[in-house]
Write a protein that binds this ligand. Structure first.
Ligand SMILES: [Zn+2]
Length: 88
């Protein structure tokens, strides 16, 4: 084994697929637009990014489920308050 061989392996790992950085830069936008990022052509040929997309979409889904609770409308609060038993 020579150092040259190690360098070659490292550069193979680093190279991964062309376009990963570019694709990952677009990912938040795709997911934010409710687009199915897993259908992106890059994902079809890149297991790394396919996994990343799966994780991100899962997180985005959880975040959307929680989102309505972050900013309830005043009307909603009034309804909730009206149903609360008064504390004595
Ligand atoms: Zn990729």
């Amino acid at each position: 084994m020579t150092d040259a061989n190690n360098d070659h392996l490292n550069s193979l790992n680093n190279a991964a697929h062309d376009g990963c950085a570019e694709f990952q830069a677009q990912l938040p936008e795709l997911i934010g637009d409710n687009q199915d990022a897993s259908l992106h052509p890059h994902v079809q040929g890149c297991a790394n990014c396919a996994e990343l997309v799966r994780d991100l979409m899962y997180i985005a889904q959880q975040a959307k489920l929680l989102l309505p609770l972050h900013d309830p409308s005043p009307e909603l609060w009034n309804k909730i308050e009206a149903q609360l038993p008064t504390k004595g």
